[in-house]
Design a protein around this ligand. Structure first.
Ligand SMILES: Nc1ncnc2c1ncn2[C@@H]1O[C@H](COP(=O)(O)OP(=O)(O)OP(=O)(O)O)[C@@H](O)[C@H]1O
Length: 249
């Protein structure tokens, strides 16, 4: 489903690529947890999948198409197939839960309809369905600013589901949540992943969550992949390899 060939990202003014010649393939149904120290390149990697982050060299094909070679409009449409959630939720605090979720339909609509805030009955029905899926239906009219962190992330997940994504990208989605809420959010993500048969990528700092929920773990270090395998192969030695600092190696 995703095929990377020597994909590289080097930010201007930096000495080393943030993502360094990665050649990996990913299939529908995989729940990929990406581990690595801060600055290892996890965020940059998942942003290359929907071309939010341009490549410096190499290629990435999603279903044999290269988003990186498309026009901005084409990229916008393709991006609508990929739901994305973030550490800080990226919601509009003063709007209601339902209004926030409806903005997930924007990628598929004409910009003028977005400006006018017009939504079809089908879009509204879908928004309600996604809220049902994340358990937030009773909160649909509540302003987002009046929700807990875990609830906010569930709004963000509902909004991503509005896109009926084939690919789900989570950029440290539980980093702001307490351990028990983080576990609940992961359970929800895994359940939705299985129901919708998506390809899911989650950047996470918690190795326990990665091992519990991931079907495949990628360990990154300084732009390279130092581990790629099933959770049961993530031994203490591999853990050391991923997290050791230069001085410790
Ligand atoms: N816009 C940018 N300009 C320059 N360098 C950048 C930029 N964004 C990221 N970097 C650098 O690229 C490297 C990888 O960053 P990235 O955010 O992908 O890492 P990460 O593993 O997601 O880290 P974290 O866990 O802290 O989010 C880091 O060295 C970072 O400083």
């Amino acid at each position: 489903m995703i095929e990377m060939n020597k994909a590289t990202v080097q930010y201007p003014g930096t000495e080393q690529p943030a993502v360094n010649e990665l050649s990996l393939t990913f299939q529908r149904g995989e729940f990929v947890c990406i581990l690595g120290r801060s600055g290892a390149g996890k965020s940059t990697l998942i942003r290359t999948f929907n071309a939010l982050q341009p490549l410096t060299s190499g290629t990435i094909y999603v279903d044999k198409q290269s988003l990186h070679d498309m026009s901005e409009e084409e990229q916008r449409q393709e991006r609508a197939r990929m739901g994305m959630i973030f550490q800080h939720f990226h919601l509009i605090p003063r709007l209601s839960v339902l209004q926030n979720v409806l903005t997930g339909a924007f990628g598929r609509k004409k910009p003028i309809h977005n400006l006018l805030g017009r939504f079809t009955k089908a879009e509204k029905d879908l928004a309600l369905q996604t809220l049902e899926a994340t358990g937030l239906l009773p909160f649909k009219n509540r302003r987002v600013e009046a929700l807990s962190g875990g609830q906010k992330q569930r709004v963000a997940i509902s909004r991503a589901l509005m896109q009926q994504p084939d690919i789900f990208l989570g950029d440290e989605p539980v980093a702001s949540l307490d351990p028990s809420t983080a576990n609940e959010v992961f359970q929800l993500l895994k359940q939705l992943h299985e129901e919708n048969d998506t390809l899911t990528f989650i950047n996470v700092h918690d190795v326990h969550l990665a091992k519990t929920f991931g079907t495949r773990i990628i360990g990154m270090k300084e732009g390279h992949v130092v581990f790629d395998g099933p959770p049961e192969e993530l031994t203490d030695d591999v853990y050391q390899l991923i997290y050791a600092t230069e001085q410790q190696v």
